[in-house]
Design a protein. Structure first.
Length: 288
C-alpha cells in the first residue's frame, strides 16, 4: 500500500503498531478476527484523500504486542484512547469490523465525548448474541466462539495448520469463497505464523465473560453519536440470523443501516467499492 507509513508507539502498557495515511480530521479503523490492519488496504487510499486515517493492529494481533491479559473490550478501548493521547488526537470518527466493532462499541460508550460518529461492520453485540443465541440457527458460524474459549486445545489444532484454518474461515464466511486469496491470503497466513499470534487472537474471545458483564452493566445506555451499522446480506451468522436494524436500534439512538448485497462477513474485502461509498457518505461533515 503506497502512501502509508507504519509506526509503533507505547500506549496503555503495550507496544502498538498502527498504519497512517493522509491528513485532516482523524478516522480510526479497527479490524476484526482473524484480520489485521491490512484488511483496510482498499479503504485507506480513498479515505486518506480527505482524512487522517489511523489503523492500529489490536492488542494480540498483527505487529502489536500480545500480552497474556487485558483483552476485555473496556481495556482494548482504553488501548485506543491511550494511543489517541500519544498522537495528540482528542476526537475521532471510528469504524470497526467484527471484533473491532466490539472494541469500537465499548469505546463509544466509555468515551462518548471522543467519538463523533461510529460505524460497526457485520457485528452483533456480545450481549445480544448471549441473549438471542439459537444453536440450531447459528451453529454453522458461532461454533468458533465456544471452540476458542477452550484453553490450549485450539492452539494445538491450529499451530502448523494456519493456512488450512484461515482458508476454512474465509471460504465459509465470504459470499465468494475466493474473495480473500493470493497475496492477501498469504499475508494473513504469515501474520498467524508469528510468535504469539494464535494465542493473542484467541485471548480476544476468552475475554467474552468480562465483555458480557460490561455490556450488561450499561445495557440501558444508548450510543448517542451518529451510528452506521453495515453487514453482509449473505452471511449466515449475522444478516441471515438476526434482525440487524432492530438490534442496532437497541444500541444506538441515531442510527442508519445498510445490508451490502452479494457479501458475506467481510464487506471491506468482499465489496470494497460499496463499502467505500458508504463510509465516505457517512463521514460527510466530519471536520475534526
Amino acid at each position: 500500500m503506497t502512501g502509508i507509513s507504519h509506526h509503533t508507539i507505547q500506549a496503555n502498557g503495550i507496544r502498538q503498531h498502527y498504519v497512517e495515511a493522509g491528513s485532516g480530521a482523524p478516522v480510526v479503523l479497527l479490524h476484526g478476527f482473524p484480520f489485521t490492519s491490512f484488511t483496510w488496504r482498499h479503504q485507506i487510499p480513498g479515505l486518506a484523500k480527505k482524512y487522517r486515517v489511523i489503523a492500529p493492529d489490536l492488542r494480540g494481533y498483527g505487529e502489536t504486542d500480545k500480552p497474556v491479559t487485558g483483552y476485555d473490550k473496556r481495556n482494548m478501548a482504553k488501548d485506543l484512547r491511550e494511543l489517541m493521547h500519544e498522537l495528540d488526537v482528542e476526537k475521532i470518527a471510528l469504524i470497526g469490523h467484527d471484533r473491532g466493532a466490539r472494541v469500537a462499541t465499548r469505546f463509544a460508550k466509555d468515551y462518548p465525548d471522543a467519538a463523533d460518529r461510529l460505524v460497526v461492520m457485520d457485528n452483533v453485540p456480545t450481549r445480544i448474541i448471549a441473549r438471542d443465541f439459537d444453536f440450531a440457527k447459528m451453529a454453522k458460524t458461532y461454533w468458533l466462539f465456544l471452540f476458542h474459549l477452550k484453553l490450549d486445545l485450539p492452539e494445538i489444532f491450529i499451530t502448523g495448520r494456519e493456512e488450512q484454518w484461515l482458508r476454512h474461515l474465509f471460504s465459509e464466511w465470504c459470499y465468494n469463497p475466493h474473495a480473500i486469496s493470493g497475496e492477501a491470503f498469504d499475508t494473513y497466513v504469515a501474520a498467524y505464523r508469528s510468535p504469539g499470534a494464535i494465542r493473542g487472537a484467541l485471548a480476544d474471545y476468552r475475554a467474552s465473560s468480562d465483555d458480557l458483564a460490561q455490556d450488561h452493566a450499561d445495557a440501558e445506555i444508548k450510543i448517542a453519536c451518529p451510528t452506521l451499522s453495515v453487514w453482509g446480506a449473505e452471511f449466515d451468522g449475522v444478516g441471515k440470523a438476526f434482525n440487524m436494524p432492530a438490534i442496532w436500534a437497541e444500541m444506538a439512538s441515531n442510527l442508519r443501516t445498510f445490508a451490502v448485497p452479494r457479501c458475506g462477513h467481510v464487506p471491506q474485502e468482499e465489496q470494497p467499492e460499496i463499502t467505500n461509498d458508504l463510509l465516505i457518505d457517512f463521514l460527510q461533515g466530519w471536520t475534526g
